[in-house]
Design a protein. Structure first.
Length: 292
């Protein structure tokens, strides 16, 4: 199987200039802040997930490619390679996620990572795919009280529509881990829903955007998901200190940790980033094949 990671370096002057030009509002730092941890995600994939064949890094432009990246082994995908020109530039992860199936030479089975998801303990390929079906936890919800859950509802509703199912007041939400996706299912869902997807695509996030779970939900309603939770710890920097996060990185109890960014003063951000990077450097001290 392959892995796909979407990434943005919010400190890139070229990217920030585009944001200011096309958006015209202050940058939400926590959505685009670079914690310097991408290389440790890649080291985790190499050492904890050796069954992963290729890793594709999806970025907006050449200026977003990390200067340490070995682009012979880390396959760079630019937005313009997969996203229609009239939607560019785009700063909305939901819109970007709609077009991942267009990545050239992508395997039928692939995992989609956000860049805050880290494999800490050894994984098996069967943690994610078994007998042509993806493995991921599924929960059911009635109320959507924030934009993220609105987007999950939109994804669930659109997946139902693609399969000719009736709309339901209940929406499903897959577990927040690397999402197992089937290339063929993604292509089929997009073909049926292309007009809807393009109609809801936007430069910035809105409640009407379906998120990546559109494709997982389509698989679930098609009988191609095994609803089983994958070992994961969700860590919010709102309630965890840098020291506590560092201790978990060094002494993990789950296969994955998702370290979720929040708004915080610059001083706290720098302190937490230092503690987290030091812990990752101890956990994964050796360069991966994705680093030059």
């Amino acid at each position: 199987m392959d892995a796909v990671i979407t990434y943005v370096d919010g400190q890139d002057p070229s990217w920030r200039a585009d944001y200011e030009k096309y958006v015209g509002k202050p940058l939400l730092e926590k959505r685009f802040r670079d914690w310097g941890t991408l290389k440790y995600l890649l080291r985790g994939i190499e050492t904890r997930m050796p069954f992963v064949r290729n890793v594709f890094l999806v970025v907006s432009s050449e200026s977003q490619i990390p200067n340490w990246a070995d682009t012979e082994n880390l396959h760079i995908v630019l937005h313009r390679d997969i996203i229609p020109e009239d939607l560019l530039p785009v700063f909305n992860s939901c819109t970007i996620e709609m077009f991942l199936h267009r990545i050239p030479n992508l395997a039928e089975e692939f995992l989609y990572f956000n860049d805050d998801m880290f494999p800490l303990l050894s994984c098996e390929s069967t943690d994610f795919f078994r007998d042509g079906r993806g493995v991921i936890g599924i929960s059911r919800h009635l109320l959507s009280r924030n934009m993220y859950k609105d987007q999950c509802r939109a994804a669930s509703d659109m997946a139902r529509k693609a399969l000719g199912m009736r709309k339901s007041p209940i929406f499903i939400r897959p577990q927040h881990i690397p999402s197992p996706m089937l290339l063929s299912s993604s292509k089929m869902a997009f073909k049926v829903l292309e007009k809807d997807i393009l109609a809801t695509a936007s430069r910035l996030r809105t409640s009407e955007n379906p998120n990546q779970y559109l494709y997982v939900d389509y698989m679930y309603f098609s009988g191609k998901i095994i609803p089983e939770r994958v070992s994961n710890k969700h860590i919010s920097q709102k309630v965890w200190s840098g020291e506590k996060i560092a201790d978990y990185i060094l002494n993990p109890k789950s296969k994955f940790a998702c370290i979720n960014d929040v708004e915080m003063p610059d001083e706290k951000y720098l302190t937490m980033r230092d503690a987290i990077i030091k812990a990752f450097e101890k956990r994964f001290p050796n360069k991966s094949r994705f680093e030059s």
